[in-house]
Design a protein around this ligand. Sequence first.
Ligand SMILES: [Zn+2]
Ligand SMILES: [Zn+2]
Length: 122
Amino acid sequence: MQRDTRQRRAMRRVFMSAGRPLTPEEILEHGQQIVPSLGLATVYRYVKTLTADAWLAEVELPGGGVRYELAERPHHHHFLCRSCDQAFDVHRCPDEIEELAPDGFQVDSHELILYGRCAACA
Ligand SMILES: [Zn+2]
Ligand SMILES: [Zn+2]
């Protein structure tokens, strides 16, 4: 029980410090630096629990597996690096995106995914 609490806290720290969507494997990688005994089965279990708690949200990017990020964050988009397969947050929106819609249509939300190479891979 004690260990469970510690690992759950480690999961929180991983997401707080990463600041980008993480795959379960990436969660494991970062988490093991805090709790070396952390295993992938535990990561999957916590991801499931924390998603059900609406503390984590699923991020599904076409061409990538399911990633997770902290829920209830401000509006943002994602960048998927084709080279290292890491996802990053994008905090800007295109200007005047409403003008893309046909005349007479009203836009109330949008989604956007950027693909390319991250700074480390470019
Ligand atoms: Zn990259
Ligand atoms: Zn936007």
